[in-house]
Design a protein around this ligand. Structure first.
Ligand SMILES: CC(C)(COP(=O)(O)OP(=O)(O)OC[C@H]1O[C@@H](n2cnc3c(N)ncnc32)[C@H](O)[C@@H]1OP(=O)(O)O)[C@@H](O)C(=O)NCCC(=O)NCCS
Length: 195
């Protein structure tokens, strides 16, 4: 596997690949996301439009098998900024980490850790003082939780992230098996990367 960092609009040639990958990986528990390529193209425009965004692709040959994204929270949409504004955290100081996704057969080789290193270095270059991402909340006894599911909480904690129960957002998407979109609560995790 090789990692390919792409800034802003350099993502353009990979947009469809990234959309397809998001749909594949997020279809599994815990996201259970029944996505559409149209929505993906629309959602990913923000990374093309922001010259300070970073996407890192994991490639196996020419196949996109993993990806991670980030951009300054100040250029994210209002719904992502709201929990921070409500909590009195300066939005212009935060780098928002969009997603880390890797096809399951490539996991456990340190790519997820490398994704964090790339994004934190990018945030530092931009002069941002903290980084944040959010993860969906699911009850421990969720019916679709695979028996061998390992939560990533311990991994994120090892990387220095702290869960922020006071920072939550509600997003809507259509879940596998649902007829219409439903609301999900996501909780943010944050890390201070400079004083
Ligand atoms: C997040 C993700 C990209 C990490 O990828 P990865 O390359 O396996 O990450 P690493 O190899 O650096 O390992 C990270 C952690 O994953 C777990 N892990 C290791 N091997 C794994 C495997 N084969 N399968 C699942 N998880 C594994 C471990 O907890 C590991 O932490 P540790 O090394 O500190 O013990 C990947 O798990 C993924 O795509 N998950 C589904 C999407 C998702 O939930 N993303 C996060 C929110 S956007």
């Amino acid at each position: 596997m090789t990692l390919l960092p792409l800034r802003g609009s350099a993502l353009q040639p990979y947009l469809s690949d990234l959309g397809r990958l998001r749909i594949t990986v997020f279809r599994d528990y815990p996201y259970l996301y029944e996505g559409s390529l149209d929505y993906e193209q629309d959602y990913l425009q923000r990374y093309l439009a922001a010259e300070d965004s970073l996407t890192v692709l994991a490639l196996d040959g020419s196949a996109v098998v993993g990806a991670t994204t980030c951009l300054p929270l100040v250029v994210e949409s209002a719904e992502f900024q709201k929990p921070f504004r409500d909590a009195g955290i300066p939005v212009k100081e935060v780098c928002y980490f969009g997603e880390s996704i890797l096809l399951s057969q490539y996991r456990g080789q340190g790519v997820g850790r490398a994704f964090f290193q790339h994004r934190e270095a990018h945030a530092q270059q931009l002069g941002l003082s903290s980084t944040a991402f959010c993860a969906v909340d699911r009850p421990i006894d969720h019916a679709l939780r695979p028996l061998d599911y390992v939560p990533l909480d311990a991994f994120w904690t090892r990387l220095g992230y702290v869960k922020q129960p006071g920072l939550q957002a509600s997003f809507h998407w259509k879940e596998v098996g649902e007829d219409t979109e439903s609301a999900k609560t996501l909780t943010f995790w944050m890390k201070q990367i400079s004083a």
